[in-house]
Design a protein around this ligand. Structure first.
Ligand code: DGL
Length: 273
């Protein structure tokens, strides 16, 4: 069991920010990552579609022999964690709860800001999770849909990133939050910009980092931590491996290898192929 992989999926390349944290904390683990690059972005889609895509990704990863499933995508975690936790034969960890937990721990003023895709913000998943832990916390949320293409185009240090951050974060900043959750896989790449705009006193939560700790915790409790050998990462994508390699290498700041294209996430296709 220990030698089985950690399965992770995301709508595309963004989940690599979560993979980076998991790999740093758990260097001995093998990871199998699925990026549904043919259908990214999920963040503007309907809940029904997001749940269907998440189920397909999870089923695909199950065929690869995994001991735990990490939903690296905030949008998929927001909409599909309940159904996946019920249906999967392995433990399922999303990015919302670990991020929310850390935010509740960090806030002194009991005011937390959340930024994410339209679907994540509309779902109120972070808000529900935070209020369940502490009903007295006020949550101020804002969808920042243009952050994803800005990061994927490599424009995180460009003026456009600053202009959009000023615009998106204005209300949250004015509301006097002391803690801000980066509720989308791509936002850690913009952490410097977000910090500059929000000022030095804001506590910024990286959900990927918190999720990695939770993965470690769960595997430890189950006695399934791999403690020896160098872990290997394998990647599967539903669109061009070259594009994934190019953008992903920028995300991870290293050359990616072992990337395989899969034609379809319809289980009838991949089980038979
Ligand atoms: N991975 C998505 C998330 O974390 C962002 C990209 C998308 O919209 O699919 O919400």
């Amino acid at each position: 069991m220990k030698n089985l992989s950690i399965g992770m999926f995301d709508s595309g390349v963004g989940g690599l920010t979560v993979l980076k944290e998991v790999r740093e904390l758990l260097p001995h683990e093998n990871i199998v990552y699925l990026g549904d690059t043919a259908r990214v972005p999920y963040g503007n889609r309907s809940p029904r579609t997001i749940v269907r895509y998440a189920l397909e990704s999870a089923l695909f990863l199950l065929t690869k022999g995994i001991k735990i499933l990490v939903i690296a995508c905030n949008t998929s975690s927001a909409l599909a964690i309940n159904i996946l936790s019920r249906k999967m034969p392995v433990p399922v960890i999303g990015v919302i709860e670990p991020g929310a937990k850390e935010a509740v721990k960090a806030t002194r003023k009991k005011r937390i800001g959340i930024i994410g895709t339209k679907a994540t913000i509309k779902s109120k998943a972070y808000e529900y999770s935070i209020k369940k832990m502490d009903p007295g916390v006020e949550v101020i949320s804002k969808a920042c849909p243009l952050f994803v293409p800005i990061v994927e185009e490599g424009l995180q240090d460009d003026d456009v990133a600053y202009i959009m951050a000023e615009k998106y974060l204005k209300e949250i900043k004015m509301s006097g939050v002391d803690t801000l959750v980066m509720g989308c896989t791509h936002y850690p790449v913009l952490e410097g910009v977000i910090k500059d705009v929000m000022g030095p006193y804001i506590h910024i939560i990286n959900t990927g980092k918190e999720t990695a700790k939770e993965v470690k915790n769960r595997l430890q409790i189950k006695g399934q931590l791999r403690t020896k050998g160098r872990g290997l990462c394998r990647y599967f994508v539903t669109d061009s491996p070259e594009t994934f390699r190019e953008i992903g290498s920028r995300f991870l700041r290293e050359e990616l290898s072992r990337i395989r294209y899969i034609k379809s996430l319809d289980y009838k296709d991949f089980i038979l192929s």
